[in-house]
Design a protein around this ligand. Structure first.
Ligand code: MSP
Length: 664
């Protein structure tokens, strides 16, 4: 029986992330967006519940585990814990974290299968086809050796006995469902894509494997295990009660938030599985675009990932949230750039909202003893910028944009208000009015107007900037937590004259752009190295000082073949110079025997460029080239990290060694 709920429920999910790697900011983007929606919906009166989790079965995890010398269970548990830890650290944890290795999930998958089978939608068959191991998917219409259309890797020919789900029987049912629910797939471009895929005809879908060990057993049908999609998707249901979903009253999901590459699984397979099992269907699937880096999808296999921790350690999570939602048009791809991230931070947060809060509150503190002034005719303010009509128009417009998930436009709209209030202060010059006793009332009106405008923009920005808006809110003397404020109850004039403002503190200190980027990039490099060396080891967490904690490499054992992949040679520094605008980086030309390589290394705080010329160093020569502060670096100099500040000490040799000699 469903328990009656005082508020309407809203159940949303992020994808369940694979545990064959660690999160990058592409994944972080998905979870941040879900968190913004969660916070927004709460401010719209919903009882919101969010699930995230880990998708742990399949060949990729099995392979990664083998590489790390661990069992799949052990390996996957360690990685899943890291995903979870990151979401906690970033303040975006799910209300539920479902692991596909959880017993409750196994039970739900087996139950769903049984229902589909009893309803006649499962059959046994043989399948020979091209299979992409990387994407865990058969490639339809491909011949032996053909590449996978998604990742470009060669496919493998496999034949095996499988259980099939009769997807072909759902073509018309799905088309009817899409027609009756025009908002089921968003945005429109993805809806069209899915529609034409389904109109093109649906083939039955193989949903078990006998070639893989690492999966959920099909009851009584060993060695069959469920194939990834008839496993992972069901996690959304396992998380909220599985077979007993009725008891929690959260199913069906209101929203599955996914990246565009998995829309088909969510918008075609998943509703078909649920229809076959006679279960309620989710209300909406929203596919966002990709974060690109150097014009390509950011992904582990392309080696172009940006990790969230270095950014968060240097700038904080809120600037990252703001940047991702402001800069990327939701639903479309967007390029990630450190430059744009830090520019947005300085212009919109430090000089924008942060500065507005600081100047307004400081003047109230100085001219009115820290109490919100009483404007003349309080309660009957005219149509001054930032006042009644203006505010109610902005509130309606911005709420509509949030409702449509047009985050970028919503933020643009809010920041237009910030600019308007700022301009108002510049024109009204309260600092001059303060020197004219006859203008005391005018001063009260101006500062009240600015503070009330600030209160409203702060509330509007809350879903995106939860912590910093809460701080501004308290500085405005508000005692009810901002998260509990309902947007439709916000209106002009609720700021009570006489309210004592809170303790003033800066919210977004300005940062020096090149220094911030350099710090992020250096930390990023260190963390990537650590993640590659020991993916199943906890990475460094942000510390209280905001500096990265030292990255602790795991004592995980690797085979000699893994070590042999790293090519190290003796190099000799030919020239060294500082990288413009970066304190820590040196640009070196290093002779490695058969060529001279340009390498950018974080050595500048420990070594002067001239000290290095002629010095023999150890160079890792087969790393992917990478740009640091725009300068290409083709290799890495090996150094120990010493002392509490981790300052580098170069590896070297006591005896003389020829340039180009290999290290073994
Ligand atoms: N395990 C499946 C999902 C199963 S859901 C029942 C999976 N996992 S994943 O780890 O590969 O994560 C995929 C999701 O991460 C994408 O759908 C997207 O939400 C996010 N992203 C991964 N790379 C991304 C970008 N470069 N840009 C934006 N989002 C990206 O697929």
């Amino acid at each position: 029986m469903s328990t009656p709920r005082p508020k309407p429920k809203y159940y949303l999910t992020t994808p369940l992330y694979y545990t064959n790697g660690l999160p990058h900011i592409g994944h972080t983007y998905s979870t941040i967006v879900a968190d913004v929606i969660r916070r927004y919906k709460r401010m719209r009166g919903f009882d919101v519940f969010m699930t995230t989790g880990a998708d742990e079965h399949g060949v990729n995890v099995e392979r990664s585990a083998k590489k790390a010398g661990k069992s799949p269970q052990e390996y996957s548990t360690a990685i899943a814990a890291q995903w979870r830890q990151l979401w906690d650290e970033l303040g975006i944890p799910g209300d539920e974290f479902i692991r596909t290795t959880d017993e409750r999930h196994h039970r739900t998958v087996q139950w769903l299968f049984k229902r589909c089978r009893e309803n006649g939608y499962i059959e046994k068959g043989h399948y020979t086809g091209q299979y992409c191991v990387h994407d865990n998917a058969y490639v339809v219409d491909a011949g032996p050796g053909d590449p996978c259309p998604d990742c470009g890797r060669p496919t493998e020919t496999v034949t095996e006995e499988n259980y099939f789900f009769k997807l072909s029987e759902f073509q018309q049912k799905l088309l009817d469902f899409y027609a009756a629910n025009p908002d089921f797939i968003r945005p429109e471009s993805r809806r069209n894509e899915v529609l034409s895929f389904v109109q093109g005809g649906l083939k039955n879908l193989s949903i078990t494997r006998t070639t893989i060990r690492w999966g959920i057993p099909v009851p009584g049908e060993a060695p069959h295990v469920f194939y990834v999609w008839f496993d992972a998707l069901i996690g959304y249901l396992s998380a909220v009660g599985g077979p007993e979903f009725d008891e929690r009253g959260l199913w069906p999901a209101d929203l599955h938030m996914v990246g565009k590459e998995i829309i088909r699984f969510h918008a075609v397979y998943w509703p078909a599985f649920l229809m076959a099992a006679d279960l309620p269907l989710p209300k909406q699937i929203w596919a966002h675009g990709w974060l690109l880096f150097d014009s390509e999808k950011m992904s582990k296999s392309r080696g172009n990932v940006v990790r969230p921790r270095p950014i968060v350690n240097v700038l904080g999570i809120e600037p990252l949230r703001y940047y991702l939602l402001r800069e990327i048009v939701f639903g479309q791809d967007g390029s990630f750039s450190y430059d744009a991230l830090v520019s947005r931070y300085n212009s919109d947060l430090a000089n924008g909202l942060g500065n507005l809060a600081s100047r307004t509150l400081t003047m109230i503190d100085r001219y009115f003893g820290g109490q919100i002034p009483t404007p003349p005719g309080y309660g009957t303010l005219g149509n001054e910028p930032g006042s009644a009509d203006f505010a109610s128009e902005a509130l309606t417009r911005i709420a509509q944009l949030y409702d449509r998930f047009s985050f970028s436009l919503a933020l643009e709209g809010i920041w237009e208000q910030v600019a308007t209030i700022d301009k108002y202060l510049t024109i009204e010059k309260p600092w001059t009015l303060a020197e004219q006793p006859e203008n005391r009332e005018r001063l009260a009106k101006v500062l009240y107007t600015a503070a009330e405008g600030l209160r409203i923009v702060t509330a509007l920005a809350h879903p995106v900037l939860p912590q910093s808006t809460e701080k501004i809110w308290r500085q405005l003397g508000q005692t009810t937590p901002l998260a509990s404020i309902q947007m439709d109850q916000l209106s002009w004039g609720q700021l009570k004259p006489g309210t004592k403002i809170g303790k003033l503190e800066g919210i977004f200190p300005r940062v020096e752009k090149s220094e911030a980027i350099e710090r992020i990039e250096v930390m990023e490099q260190e963390q990537n190295k650590a993640a590659e060396a020991a993916p199943a080891t906890p990475a460094s967490a942000p510390t209280a000082t905001g500096a990265a904690a030292p990255v602790v490499a795991a004592p995980a054992k690797i085979g000699i073949e893994d070590f042999a992949k790293v090519e190290m040679r003796v190099g000799q520094v030919k020239s060294a110079e500082r990288v413009a605008g970066a304190d820590k980086l040196l640009q070196l030309q290093v002779d490695i025997g058969d060529e001279v390589r340009q390498i950018v290394a974080g050595l500048a705080l420990a070594y002067k460029p001239e000290e290095l010329v002629g010095r023999k160093v150890v160079v890792v020569t087969n790393l992917q080239p990478r740009k640091l502060r725009g300068v290409e670096s083709n290799g890495m100099i090996v150094a120990a990290s010493s002392g509490p500040d981790g300052s580098p000490v170069l590896a070297g040799f006591m005896e003389d060694v020829p340039v180009g000699a290999r290290l073994k």
